[in-house]
Design a protein around this ligand. Structure first.
Ligand SMILES: N[C@@H](CCC(=O)N[C@@H](CS)C(=O)NCC(=O)O)C(=O)O
Length: 207
């Protein structure tokens, strides 16, 4: 198996899953700072020009959440995806909640802070996106008041995706008033197979 990625990105989600499953894989770095994701060789792998991408023999899969689900289904022995219909539906609920309600506002903040060219950045978007995040994060904060993980008693793919997304949020200081989310994220990153935090991944790039 091959993972195309770049350290401080959503590649961490795929990496986390591969590590938890103890799988051997080749890591192919696509240096976003050098525009390698826009080269024809990479666009042939993912026409969206984004990482991560997993290649498993002749099967090519982009989208970080699709990748973790594929891996969890291909290697069911660790039980990261419940077999019970309703528990699995709850895992899907939290994956989608994380990718749409939590990740999107964080992404809007990143775009209007440093990703868009200066002339396209809208300062007014930032407080709106922060509030959108906080409104939805409050739902997960309450949910985790009495629970160790998002679904049932054991860790699932939803926890890896959520913990990484909360780390994205912590980088932009969105978790300060959310103690349950901070404690949950720390518990997840304390797992022996957890990947690097985003800040460490940035530091590793600087050498
Ligand atoms: N929805 C995609 C988003 C992937 C994505 O946006 N990756 C970023 C890095 S975190 C990227 O490759 N950006 C390059 C670009 O947008 O030019 C996923 O979850 O895999």
């Amino acid at each position: 198996m091959k993972l195309y990625g770049f350290p401080p990105t959503r590649s961490i989600r795929a990496l986390w899953m591969l590590r938890e499953l103890d799988l051997d894989f080749e890591y192919v770095q696509v240096d976003l700072t050098k525009g390698e994701h826009r080269r024809p060789e990479f666009l042939a792998v993912n026409p969206a020009g984004k990482v991560p991408v997993l290649v498993d023999d002749d099967f090519v899969l982009s989208e970080s959440v699709a990748i973790v689900l594929y891996l969890a289904e291909k290697y069911p022995q660790k039980g990261f995806l419940p077999t019970n219909l309703r528990a699995r539906a709850q895992v899907n609920r939290w994956l989608l909640f994380t990718a749409t309600e939590l990740e999107q506002p964080i992404w809007r903040i990143a775009r209007h802070t440093h990703q868009y060219p200066i002339e396209k950045r809208l300062a007014a978007e930032i407080p709106l996106a922060r509030q959108d995040f906080l409104d939805m994060a409050a739902v997960m904060e309450k949910h985790l008041e009495t629970r160790p993980v998002l679904v049932g008693e054991n860790v699932t793919v939803a926890d890896f995706v959520a913990a990484y997304t909360l780390d994205m949020a912590s980088v932009v200081h969105l978790l300060e008033a959310l103690p349950n989310l901070r404690a949950y994220m720390e518990r997840m990153y304390a797992r022996p197979k957890a990947p690097q935090r985003i800040a460490q991944a940035f530091a590793s790039l600087r050498g």
